[in-house]
Design a protein around this ligand. Structure first.
Ligand code: ZN
Length: 128
């Protein structure tokens, strides 16, 4: 099973909880491996806690980790740090599906990281 949905981000740097959207995609699947994937070079996915403070901490953390200036790619479209953050985080997240539900810990959510928004972001969900 493969499905896709879109998320419209509203800020230049944003993290969005997409867990409920992914859960909708796996309806009818009893058991399997769920891969969530973003086909983008300046976005990524993490699985972690999501509440307003840690959400803004993640944005600040990535800003501190990767400075904006000093990268060669900036001469092309001035977004090298967005690519580097995306490369660091990776474009996918994997989790089991059991008894028709995503197997996530109490505080775990699936989080889309947009490092170069606002944009329309595609999210692909595949279960095998
Ligand atoms: Zn670029």
């Amino acid at each position: 099973m493969i499905k896709e949905f879109r998320i419209r981000t509203t800020k230049s740097r944003e993290v969005v909880d997409i867990t409920n959207r992914v859960s909708e995609c796996i309806k009818g699947v009893k058991e399997g491996i769920c891969m969530v994937y973003v086909p983008h070079a300046t976005a990524g996915l993490i699985i972690n806690e999501f509440e307003p403070n840690i959400a803004s901490d993640f944005v600040a953390f990535f800003e501190k980790l990767v400075p904006k200036a000093g990268w060669k790619h900036n001469v092309i479209d001035d977004n090298a740090e967005a690519h580097l953050k995306s490369g660091l985080v990776g474009p996918h997240a994997l989790m089991p599906v059991s008894e028709g539900r995503l197997v996530l810990g109490t505080w775990q959510r699936i989080i889309l990281c947009d490092f170069d928004g606002p944009r329309d972001r595609r999210v692909v969900v595949m279960v095998r």
